[in-house]
Design a protein around this ligand. Structure first.
Ligand code: BT5
Length: 286
């Protein structure tokens, strides 16, 4: 871990800028339409306000691939009503709107797809090698640098639209985080010792997202699952899964075709976990 240079170059201390983002976009539809705000309650919430219940043919409806960005969030959302700390000017808070024609149970796989894309974009820009802590954390050196919150609208067992919300700690000074979060969090700048161009990073994330999403639509879940398995540090580890009404201890064996985690319990039962919080244990831990 390195100390962040106190004086980032003028170019890197820049604000988010849709023109700069467009310069690095190689996409056909993801990120082609950007809604950029100085401050929002939550980019996922803003996506929900944007008349998404209208049919896609309605001109007021954001197109598939639309991207909502904010410089800061006052009520950034984590899973299960938790809070995502979202100070201004240093990070990325992004929500992508997608309309895949898939069955509802496949929706969680899109969280995995987004996690893979965040890891790839970070690696392409910085050479850091992030891993994924199932189901939605992007980790560097064992610390959380990004989180994903997927919200889906389901109609008649099918996905109507998905909001993929992504928060990445980019140039965040970790010492400014609340004390309880600090030990488990990191940022790209903290890892690299220098600031990162947020406009380039979000453009690269759009590029990765479009490639992976089109591959998923054209070839199904196999290619993304293969990459997801290889990047998921949870696999092979002993874990405790915190479910709403009980805890489960066992070994994380595999991901199923929907991206759910298959656990072999200490009683050698197989259990499939579709959502939950995971604690990585040492082998000797109960
Ligand atoms: C997540 O939830 O990791 C999903 C975070 C998604 C945030 C994005 S930002 C853009 C979009 N709009 C939104 O409103 N949300 C999405 P979860 O797995 O529940 O983790 C939440 C926990 O992470 C918190 O309870 C804290 O312990 C920790 N945390 C909060 N802020 C953090 C930060 N900036 N960096 C690292 N850890 C943080």
């Amino acid at each position: 871990m390195k100390t962040i240079r106190q004086q980032p170059s003028a170019e890197l201390s820049q604000t988010l800028d849709t023109l700069k983002i467009h310069q690095d976009l190689k996409t056909r539809f993801i990120g082609r339409s950007i809604y950029l705000f100085t401050e929002l309650d939550s980019t996922n919430q803003a996506a929900l306000y944007l008349n998404l219940h209208q049919p896609p043919t309605d001109p007021r409806t954001p197109q598939e691939g639309a991207l909502i960005l904010a410089e800061s969030q006052t009520q950034g959302k984590g899973r299960l009503g938790r809070h995502w700390v979202s100070p201004p000017g240093v990070n990325l808070y992004a929500s992508f709107i997608l309309r895949p024609t898939i069955e509802a149970p496949q929706a969680p796989l899109l969280t995995g797809l987004a996690a893979v894309c965040v890891a790839r974009a970070i690696e392409a820009l910085s050479r850091l090698k992030p891993t994924i802590k199932w189901p939605n954390d992007i980790m560097i050196q064992g610390k959380k640098t990004a989180g994903i919150l997927t919200e889906a609208s389901i109609r008649r067992e099918k996905v109507d639209y998905l909001i993929l919300g992504i928060g990445i700690n980019v140039n965040l000074d970790i010492d400014t985080l609340p004390q309880d979060i600090r030990p488990n969090a990191t940022s790209l700048a903290q890892q690299l010792g220098h600031p990162v161009d947020r406009n380039k990073l979000i453009a690269m994330l759009c590029n990765e997202m479009e490639t992976a999403y089109l591959e998923f639509l054209n070839e199904g879940s196999d290619p993304i699952l293969k990459t997801l398995r290889s990047l998921t540090e949870t696999l092979g580890k002993k874990v405790r899964v915190q479910l709403p009404h009980r805890n489960l201890v066992g070994w994380a064996e595999d991901l199923n075709t929907q991206g759910a985690l298959i656990i072999r319990t200490i009683e050698s039962q197989r259990e499939t976990v579709y959502s939950g919080d995971i604690i990585h244990l040492r082998n000797e831990d109960a």
